[in-house]
Design a protein around this ligand. Structure first.
Ligand SMILES: *[C@@H]1O[C@H](CO)[C@@H](O)[C@H](O)[C@H]1NC(C)=O
Ligand SMILES: *[C@@H]1O[C@H](CO)[C@@H](O)[C@H](O)[C@H]1NC(C)=O
Ligand SMILES: [Zn+2]
Length: 428
């Protein structure tokens, strides 16, 4: 049986989306009348039928999988067949998104219309980097830029460090490893802005008593591709020998139980393709080296993803073994979830190990950070929503989602401090 997931809503997709949807030279891929269905399955047989469906044709495309349901995008020509097969196997299918293309047009392209930086639309990599340059110029005493390395296509992968004083515990944020998860970089940039500009006492405490290492857009090649060509692109952009399919799932490429237990795919056309070997990709190799170089300074790591509103801790590669500090990991996640839930939006987050809450996924960032870089509080956070917009979360959600992230991280770090996880790991 094949398993997906990770810290990620799973997705499978067997083949290049570019083949699945209509595309012309120099045009964006369109998803006119493609629908996303939520299928609740009752047993392993139904589940395997659903996954099989995804593998047998480009008309089906898995967006998300959890322990009781999958979300699958279906092309217009396959809808009748799909509905018939669902009713044949007595699985209840509900339409989450009627027309995927209409969500792409309704605002996710806001960056194309809006020339200022802000959090009412999603921005291109170029605009995000220009904004980072402004931040670096405005706060030279507090903010320093760092270069993680270069992507496959030769782009710089940039991060910034925010530090108000020496002797702070460190928090690392990896964001937008999956290209289409635009809410992650929008949230990361809002969060940076709050750390630097908010006068709220709790935010000042958060900003000034922790060192922040933030990479707002990690998968730069995929992110650019998701803006200019295919909004639903997930992976990196490196080619595979012997295949026409492009890209590696960077969140399956880390050297931590790489490709174990079926937690990733060896098919270059799969959305969870793990690459030829652990750290075969320049992006993951560079980030792992960067983090390894500062690991004594990092107490906590977050990997930002969407969607499904869950916090996922190690391990992803097995649900039969748990980290030594699993109870503490659950306790800090509960603090996050409670803090988010207490805001006016009432949003709920679930939490637990990746393998337990979703499915087996190996080679993910947060597992590697935990296992290989000794970062004992290490979480994947899957942001809004639970499927009504999925990866196409309207820009009106950016600020609410970011406010939730700020409240959640504040509470998680306070709880981590209580439990002793923010003690310095190095001599001053
Ligand atoms: C989408 O479906 C609507 C309603 O059935 C139809 O009128 C329209 O032509 C379809 N659009 C495309 C691009 O196929
Ligand atoms: C189909 O599902 C319904 C409701 O979920 C259930 O009552 C019924 O027994 C199921 N039938 C079969 C053949 O599984
Ligand atoms: Zn993701």
């Amino acid at each position: 049986m094949k398993l997906w997931v990770c810290a990620v809503p799973l997705v499978v997709l067997l083949s290049a989306l570019a083949n699945a949807a209509s595309i012309g030279q120099d045009e964006r891929v369109r998803y006119d009348n493609y629908s996303v269905y939520k299928v609740k399955y009752a047993n392993a047989l139904q589940r395997s039928v659903l996954l099989q469906l995804d593998e047998e044709s480009n008309d089906f495309n898995l967006w998300h999988e959890a322990s009781d349901q999958v979300h699958v995008m279906v092309s217009p020509k396959a809808k009748l067949e799909f509905e018939a097969r669902m009713s044949q196997m007595n699985a209840s299918a509900e339409v989450l998104i009627e027309n995927v293309q209409s969500l792409i047009q309704d605002g996710s392209d806001g960056a194309l219309r809006d020339s200022s930086f802000g959090w009412t639309s999603y921005h291109t990599l170029e605009k995000i980097e220009a904004w980072l340059d402004e931040i670096l110029a405005s706060y030279p005493e507090i903010v320093t830029g760092f270069l993680v390395g270069q992507s496959y296509e030769g782009r710089d992968i940039r991060g910034i460090k925010i530090s108000y004083k020496s002797g702070n515990p460190g928090v690392f944020i990896e964001s937008n490893i999956h290209a289409r998860e635009w809410i992650t970089s929008a949230t990361a940039t809002w969060f940076i802005n709050e750390l630097l500009t908010s006068s709220d006492a709790a935010v000042r405490d958060l900003a000034e008593n922790h060192d922040w290492y933030i990479v707002p857009v990690f998968n730069v090649d995929g992110f650019v591709y998701s803006h200019v060509k295919d909004r639903m692109w997930r992976k990196s952009r490196s080619p595979s020998a012997g295949s026409t399919c492009i890209g590696v799932d960077l969140n399956r490429n880390y050297d931590s139980h790489w490709m174990e237990n079926g937690g990733a795919s060896d098919n270059p056309c799969a959305e969870t393709y793990a690459g030829l070997s652990a750290f075969s990709e320049p992006e993951t190799k560079a980030l792992s080296e960067y983090i390894s170089g500062i690991k004594d300074k990092v107490n906590v790591l977050f990997a930002f993803h969407s969607y499904s509103q869950v916090l996922l801790s190690p391990y992803g590669h097995t649900d039969e073994e748990f980290p030594d500090n699993y109870d503490d990991l659950l306790q800090v996640a509960k603090a996050y979830a409670d803090a988010v839930n207490s805001l006016q939006y009432g949003t709920t987050y679930r939490y637990g190990s990746s393998a337990e809450v979703l499915y087996i996924a190996s080679g993910c960032t947060n597992d590697w950070a935990y296992v290989k870089a000794d970062i004992e509080i290490s979480y994947t956070i899957e942001f809004r929503d639970t499927g009504h917009h999925g990866f196409l979360l309207p820009p009106t959600h950016i600020i609410p989602n970011a406010e939730e992230t700020l409240a959640g991280i504040t509470a998680l770090l306070a709880e981590s401090r209580e439990l002793g996880y923010l003690e310095l790991k190095y001599d001053l």
